[in-house]
Ligand binder design. Structure first.
Ligand SMILES: Cc1cc2nc3c(=O)[nH]c(=O)nc-3n(C[C@H](O)[C@H](O)[C@H](O)COP(=O)(O)OP(=O)(O)OC[C@H]3O[C@@H](n4cnc5c(N)ncnc54)[C@H](O)[C@@H]3O)c2cc1C
Length: 386
């Protein structure tokens, strides 16, 4: 491994120390019981890691996305799953960059102190999928309040969050010049909303990832909860989405290292035909290949994070980092499973759990084809395909 200490070594060591209190058995049990890793999340919040990006004036540590990504990477590298908490980091970017002073004063100190969680972001809808500008959830303003109607799907961590970022259409598609206009984002107080116009239905799924269908039926959202200017929400959302892609790239890098470490250890220990299986090139070369791919993806992840932190455009780099890292971690997962032979399928080795967890990132938060489409259109200048 390219394990030279980097400028984030202190963060890495501290997060690793915390994660050591939550060994494989902990995450295996949580996965088997399909519960939320509450004790782990409490410990992360208690140590201040989930408020890393909040400026010091609001009680946080004032770190950037790069540092946040290192925290996420270390969680996955230790065998955990940052998917339980990563929403707080990328939603934070949306609030920090586009929220008003009043919104920041209202929410950030509570989030920094661990009293509030902003873990959810509601974008995806069942009928429109990746075609985000066609979303049908509407927010209509009347007498200082917006009335929200519509439906969302795959909205994660709603049951473990106090606040949710919501994307809704405030001007009908037919009345805007560009389809990305007329969309707005809101901070929804989930305690006020659930049961008062918002209904939540959990979706059982392949990984232990709490995710839900949401039904909005005249949910009232006060106008002070609008983030930024009405109609400009899609632009604000992109900041959050780029941060999300870079963070998920880091989680995939963490997964990749975990798979490679496990595969290497087993390849040294497992004796078949009177020698360690790792002595066979057919076993060692795929592990070496997986490491090369992870290291290369890691460079793009740091590039995307650095651009984001420098307030530079980073759409291409964030998309490519997510693509490379998700592909590399999935290849590492396959190699790790193959190296373990039959034992890779046994729950107690944790490989099948991590295998399922890392597979998600080929699809969410953006599927591979949509990244190809982005690169084809925006970098190669080819005609838009949809
Ligand atoms: C566990 C989980 C958690 C999630 N959490 C959240 C969340 O918290 N908030 C949220 O808003 N969303 C969330 N999502 C949704 C996720 O972002 C979407 O599933 C993802 O963006 C893909 O959208 P879709 O499922 O609607 O697929 P679709 O858009 O229906 O696409 C289906 C397939 O067709 C392909 N495809 C579609 N159009 C094209 C095209 N023009 N060219 C080539 N291929 C195409 C896609 O690449 C994909 O492979 C989550 C999803 C999962 C599974």
């Amino acid at each position: 491994m390219l394990n030279a200490p980097d400028e984030h070594q202190e963060i890495r060591d501290a997060v690793r120390d915390l994660c050591r209190q939550f060994p494989d058995e902990y995450f295996r049990r949580i996965d088997e019981q399909r519960t939320y890793p509450e004790a782990f999340v409490d410990a992360l919040i208690g140590a201040g890691w989930l408020s890393a990006m909040i400026p010091e004036e609001y009680g946080g540590s004032g770190l950037g996305l790069t540092a946040a990504s290192v925290i996420m990477e270390e969680i996955n590298r230790s065998g955990g799953n940052a998917g339980a908490v990563h929403g707080q980091m990328y939603n934070m970017g949306t609030l920090l960059r586009n929220g008003s002073r009043a919104q920041k004063e209202k929410y950030l100190p509570g989030i920094a102190a661990g009293r509030l969680r902003i873990q959810s972001m509601a974008v995806t809808e069942p009928t429109t999928g990746t075609d985000t500008t066609k979303i049908r959830t509407s927010a209509v303003k009347k007498d200082g309040r917006y009335r929200v109607n519509g439906q969302k799907v795959w909205i994660s961590r709603v049951q473990h969050s106090d606040l949710m970022i919501l994307l809704a259409r405030t001007t009908p598609l037919a009345e805007v010049q560009r389809k990305s206009e007329g969309l707005s984002i809101f901070i929804v107080d989930l305690h006020d909303a659930i049961g008062n116009g918002l209904r939540v239905r959990p979706i059982a799924n392949m990984v232990n990832h709490e995710t839900n269908e949401l039904f909005f039926d005249d949910l009232e959202v006060p106008e002070e909860q609008l983030i930024g200017e009405e109609g400009q929400g899609f632009r604000y959302l992109l900041d959050g989405l780029n941060a999300e892609r870079a963070l998920i790239a880091a989680e995939c890098i963490g997964d990749g290292y975990w798979f490679i470490e496990r595969a290497t250890r087993y390849a040294k220990e497992r004796i078949v035909f009177d020698r360690p299986i790792g002595q066979n090139q057919g076993v060692q070369f795929p592990i070496a290949d997986a490491l090369i791919e992870i290291e290369a993806a890691n460079l793009m992840r740091f590039r995307a994070c650095a651009l984001f932190d420098a307030l530079q455009p980073c759409g291409a780099e964030a998309n490519m980092a997510k693509y490379l890292a998700a592909k590399a971690s999935w290849e590492a997962a396959n190699v790790c499973l193959q190296t373990h032979g039959g034992f890779g399928f046994a729950n107690e080795y944790d490989i099948e759990r991590k295998f399922r967890e890392t597979r998600l990132y080929q699809v969410a938060p953006i599927s591979t084809n949509l990244i190809y489409a982005y690169v084809a259109e925006h970098l190669l200048g080819l005609p838009r395909s949809f």
